[in-house]
Design a protein around this ligand. Structure first.
Ligand code: SF4
Length: 277
């Protein structure tokens, strides 16, 4: 994963660009369940709202956790299908936390109501990512659901209110590429912590819809826009910091002026460094 904000901040500050810390082992995205309440047209796991054969039992899932620990995996992203449909999600999550895994949830957000958000926070999830593949109409068309956007947004807000770090993930396609600025602006206005841009995966139903993938021109334009936007944000942050530092200096100097007693006639006022002695 390439962290564009950190890269741009390093360039702005004259570098060097920080070298990502080498993780102790691979980060694992674990598709805990194939069932999903949605039926998106680009779903790489061909999920739908039915029980699939061959899912892991709870004890098998806990055994997998032990195997991942033995393989020095430091972080798990619990995904699906829709992981919130897994009845033993919190049992698996609690054990994972006890074993020291860094824990994230990847969800479509539509089932993420306040009670789930509170349990996720209490179970020690570090981060919740929710997919938004465009603004309302585009997202609902992708998700083949009339209210997926509204419910995903409610889920994001519930997770945020519960104190979880939240992120928006967007899979780039030819159709939604032009909405990238709107989705990013929307995420920023919502105070979302992270934005993650993903490529289209040619597996599952994604394979039969691969002609929807963003073509070169749209991908180039989207990435150019993203780089420009993140660069401008980094520069704005520095301008805001400088402005704040100037105001603080001016405020301090005005306060010192007010606190300095008027000098008696014929004598100099005490130097600021003498104040408070
Ligand atoms: S893409 Fe995600 S939300 Fe959509 S059907 Fe597949 S698992 Fe469910």
């Amino acid at each position: 994963m390439f962290r564009l904000s950190r890269f741009m901040e390093a360039l702005r500050d004259g570098g060097p660009v920080p070298v990502p810390r080498k993780p102790a082992g691979p980060v694992v995205i674990w598709n805990l369940i194939r069932r999903c309440n949605l039926n998106c047209k680009h779903c790489y796991s061909t999920s739908t709202d039915t029980d699939f054969k061959g899912e892991l039992t709870t004890s098998e899932a806990l055994d997998v956790l032990a195997q991942l620990k033995a393989a020095h995996v430091p972080a798990l992203i619990l995904s699906g299908g829709e992981p919130l449909l897994r009845a033993d999600l919190y049992t698996i999550a609690s054990r994972a936390r006890e074993m020291g895994f860094h824990l994230s949830l990847s969800s479509n957000g539509t089932l993420l109501h306040a009670a789930h958000a509170a349990r996720l926070a209490a179970s020690g999830f570090d981060y919740v990512g929710v997919s938004l593949d465009g603004m309302q109409d585009t997202h609902d068309r992708f998700r083949r659901s009339g209210d997926a956007f509204r419910r995903a947004l409610a889920g994001l807000r519930a997770a945020h209110r519960a104190g979880l770090r939240v992120g928006v993930r967007m899979t780039l396609t030819e159709e939604n590429a032009k909405e990238l600025p709107a989705v990013v602006a929307f995420a920023e206005a919502e105070g979302i912590d992270k934005f993650y841009l993903s490529h289209f995966n040619y597996a599952g139903r994604g394979r039969s819809h691969r002609s929807d993938d963003a073509r070169h021109t749209a991908t180039r334009a989207a990435l150019d826009w993203l780089f420009d936007h993140v660069w401008e944000r980094a520069c704005q942050a520095r301008r805001r910091l400088r402005h704040w530092q100037q105001r603080r200096r001016r405020g301090l100097s005005a306060a010192l002026d007010r606190a300095t007693p008027a000098a008696p006639a014929g004598r100099h006022a005490p130097a600021p460094r003498e104040l408070g002695r």
